[in-house]
Design a protein around this ligand. Sequence first.
Ligand code: SF4
Length: 291
Amino acid sequence: MNSIFLCAISNIASGSCNEDCGFCAQSARYQTKIERFRSKPVDRIKNEAIAAAKAGAVGFCLVTAGRSITDETLEYVSRAAKAVKALNLDLKIIACNGTGTKDRFTELKKNGVDLYNHNLETSERFFPNICSTHGWRERYETNEAAASAGLGLVLGGILGMGESDEDRVDLLKTIAAFKPMSSPMNFYIARPELPIKQPVMNADEALKWVRKAREILGPMPRIMLAGGKEQAFGDRLMEAIEAGANAMVVGNYLTTEGMDSSRLKETIEGAGYKVATSAECKAAFAAMGAS
Ligand code: SF4
């Protein structure tokens, strides 16, 4: 029976980012109606980690809004990572805190972070269409820096922002060259306040790109269905597993609600799959050369 890896996200510093990424509800430029806060109390993060482990998550991602890891972010994320690690929940800890240098990533690793997530979002060619305040290259270089500090990479992007098929293939090829542990596939959902106006990708198209992602990324990295999976696949979510995905975000996203975790588990088991255990997660990472 195939296992599906689940990963939970904790939005620990939300909104008010000065950048203008046109897909992001956390940019202060778009007045989206989201909760904005500077830092979530560490006790609350610990409770979320406990709930995530109960829901079957093997990964727990600490996300802060903002372009890059400031001194303050580094201290806060390190403190949160240490506190979650000390709970011994057998969760891989992922940090997602924007651009950074090898020194910052080394510090995160020292404090219990296992993997770093900084998505490329789209191809280098298409990126200026979705963001004007920073370049794609700094996202690319951040992944190089995280890898050089010994962190595993969680590296993906967003489909359906108006990019061409060629852009999608280029994105996937760039991701493949990094040999990430996991690659989140997000499906763009427009909000009225956001400048990118595109319809939600339909299930046939989304399935086609999951197949293509598996073809280009090869058998090893997890392909993780992330933001927009509910809207893009609808009741055909499990067809995405047949198409090559083997991981999913469980619970809510940064600023939107995800499928209820017990319903997700029922959907997985109802289709004849099972939720992967921490032991399976460790074994899978060891097979990819990570501890
Ligand atoms: S840098 Fe990150 S948090 Fe800021 S607008 Fe872009 S995607 Fe959103």
